[in-house]
Design a protein around this ligand. Sequence first.
Ligand code: HEM
Length: 493
Amino acid sequence: MVDYNLWTISLSLLLPWLLYFLINKILSWRSLPPGPWGLPVVGYLPWLDPEHAYLSFTNLARTFGPIYSIQMGRLPTIVITDPKLIRQAFNMDALTGRADLYLTHGIFKGYGLICSEGPRWREQRKFAATCLKNQGMAKSHPKREKLEALILKGVKDTMMRITDTESSATSGVEFSPFLTHSIGNVMNVIIFGREFAYDDPTWKLLTHLAEEGVKLIGVRWFLGCRVIPKFRDPMDFIVGGLERTHEIYRQITREHKGDEEDVVGCFLREQRSRDAQSGHSFCDDQLNFLAADLFGAGLDTTLATLRWFFTMVAVHPDVQEKIHTELLTVLGPNKPCLDDSQRLPYLEAAVSESQRLRTVVPTGIPHGVNSDCVLGPHRLKKGTMVVPLLWAVHMDPEIWPEPDKYRPERFLDEVGNYRKVDALMPFQIGKRVCLGEELARMIIFLYASTILQKFKIELPDDEVPEGKDPLEGVCGITLLPKYGRLIFKSREN
Ligand code: HEM
């Protein structure tokens, strides 16, 4: 009898709570965009292609529309494929957070720029933007010419290595290591105030750790990779690689006096000037994570963009000839410089079109909702992850008819001037838009124009197996060309 009463009391207390919980859940589901069902704990993850998650997401948009909900492990997620909606969402303060992933919050501990949020992100973003601008990364800045000269030195280094490789004009050359070294050194001078020699063992180690780390980050990170043995090795590699990278950075930092113009020098000065203040974000760990972010985000993406561009013009000789004719007509025998970019609209259009056709960050970098907010008719809860699906934006047939075709004319108006299309957003958009966009544009223009002025590029006959797409990609965080060997024939002979 006593037991029966206890049950009745417990149930009468529990039922209203259960009802309240269910109604709340149903209401919050109803205010969310539609989306596929998933399983408890893992959500929709088992159905995503781990190698090409951006394609699985794009397929779902065909069923559920330009904004849909999906459960990624324990993280409620919204995927957006409409460029206007992405712009609106990513301009909201409430969406400037990063999703709570083990990678961003557990391993990177919210340090650096890419993984930080709130006041630390604001303070560090302002600092890094000013520091890069003071090194010439801005239009009409007095140091722009110095930065231009640094990039051109890198272009010269790459061209020299191509020419010095005997096979480059006949059977072809894997030129990605040349680009990695020369663009890497542009980043090294900006961040650390120094360059590394091509065969320097420290440089080899740094690039190996960065390249492998980027490849290992993907959808698997949403599964509880701390507990699944299969995923432990890649995670251990990333954690160990980060520690070794930071140790090298600490050594470089110790060699700094603090009056240098590079990022490390600026950071050390800022740190000293703030020492008396409490609660600032300029601690030693932050410096290491910031340097790694700038190096990683800057090198990998710019390299991928250039590799895709050169592969695309090799596969489309008609486009390459038009670019070369434009270079001849506008520049004659003169070498390209940054001021020429406006006078070379076809080249600019060809670069934009390659950034569209092979989006180097296909799923974008997801954001996190940092306070409950409203996006159109939808209520987004704090903690939701928001994916701007750049691949789907760039392959939308409503915006780009026959999206699989490489057609630079999409970016030209009727008189042949470059036409900006808002839906092209390789650097993402909004309050956290890529911090290095201007630097990336400078590098891409100078490499693309100078190399195509000197060389005719072709794809070796035996590089791509029969029936395979020469523009096939391999995806980690970034999408890289699968086939890397190219023939460079000098046009000066
Ligand atoms: C073609 C080359 C590049 C592409 C396609 C690219 C793309 C992106 C994308 C998609 C994001 C995410 C933005 C967001 O979360 O809303 C991003 C962020 C970032 N990029 Fe780039 N990027 C490129 C070059 C660079 C360069 C050269 C640098 C170095 C200065 C750089 C530094 C950063 C940093 C620090 C962030 C994080 C910004 C933040 O979270 O506030 N990127 N980039």
